[in-house]
Design a protein around this ligand. Sequence first.
Ligand SMILES: NC(=O)c1ccc[n+]([C@@H]2O[C@H](COP(=O)([O-])OP(=O)(O)OC[C@H]3O[C@@H](n4cnc5c(N)ncnc54)[C@H](OP(=O)(O)O)[C@@H]3O)[C@@H](O)[C@H]2O)c1
Length: 229
Amino acid sequence: MIIITGASKGVGRFLFSKFKQENVEVIGTYNSTQEGIENDLANYYRIDITDYKAVEAWILSVKTSLKEIVLLNCAGISYNSYAHKADIDKWNKVIEVNLNGTFNVIRNILPIMREQSYGRIINFSSIVTSLPTPGVSAYAASKAGLIGLTKSLAVENASKRITVNAINLGYANIGMGLNDVPAENQEMLKSKIPAGRFCDPEEVYNTIRFLIDTEYVNGSVIDINGGLI
Ligand SMILES: NC(=O)c1ccc[n+]([C@@H]2O[C@H](COP(=O)([O-])OP(=O)(O)OC[C@H]3O[C@@H](n4cnc5c(N)ncnc54)[C@H](OP(=O)(O)O)[C@@H]3O)[C@@H](O)[C@H]2O)c1
C-alpha cells in the first residue's frame, strides 16, 4: 500500500489520484488544505509532520492495516529569502518540515517495514541542491539533508528488502515549483531547460513505479529535470 504525505496539493495529490485510479490502496495526509480532497477524506489523515507525537499516534492507529508499505514523502514547504535577510523562524521552519518532519514519519514507519521485511521509501528532494537559484538556502539545505538521510537509511535497511531513494525534481508543471514565478519568468526558465518544457507529474509517477519494482536501486538520487544540469 502507498502512504503519501503532503497529498492535499500538487505532486502528492496527483500521485494519490493516480494510484487510486490504478486500484492500489493509498492513504494520504494533509495539514491545512482540504479543498480538492473532500471526496477522498476517508483515506486522508490530518497530520502536521513536525509534530512527532501526532505522527506517532497516527501510525499506531493505522499500524494493523499497513502492508507492503511504499512511503512517498512529498510534504514540503519553501521559503524564499536571501540568507543575509532571512527571518530565522521561517528559515528554521523549512528545515523542521522538510527534513525533521520527513524523518518523524520515517522513524515511525521503518520499524513496521523492518518487521515485515519489505519497504520502499521515496524522498522528494530538489534540483536546487545542485543548481541553486538565489534565495533558496533553507530549502536547498533541507533537501540536501534529505539526500544524506536517504543514503544513510539505505545502508541501514537494505538487508530487510527496504529501499530508500530520493527524487531530485526539477520544475514541475504542478505544485510549488512555479507558484511564485511570474508568467514571463516561467518562459525564460523553460527556455533554459534542454527538454524545453516543465516536468509532467506523470513522469514522477513513472519513476516511482520503477523504484517500487526495482529493489536493487537503493540509496540513489534520481534526477527528473529535463536535462537541466
Ligand atoms: N513542484 C515542483 O516543481 C517541485 C520541484 C522540486 C521539488 N519538489 C518537492 O516535491 C514535493 C511536492 O511538492 P509540491 O509542488 O506538490 O508542493 P505543494 O503543492 O506546495 O504541496 C505541499 C504539500 O506538503 C504539505 N505540507 C506542508 N507542510 C506540512 C506539514 N507541516 N505537515 C504535513 N504536511 C505538510 C501540504 O499540505 P497542506 O497544504 O494540507 O498544508 C501539501 O500537501 C515537495 O517536497 C517539494 O519540495 C517540488
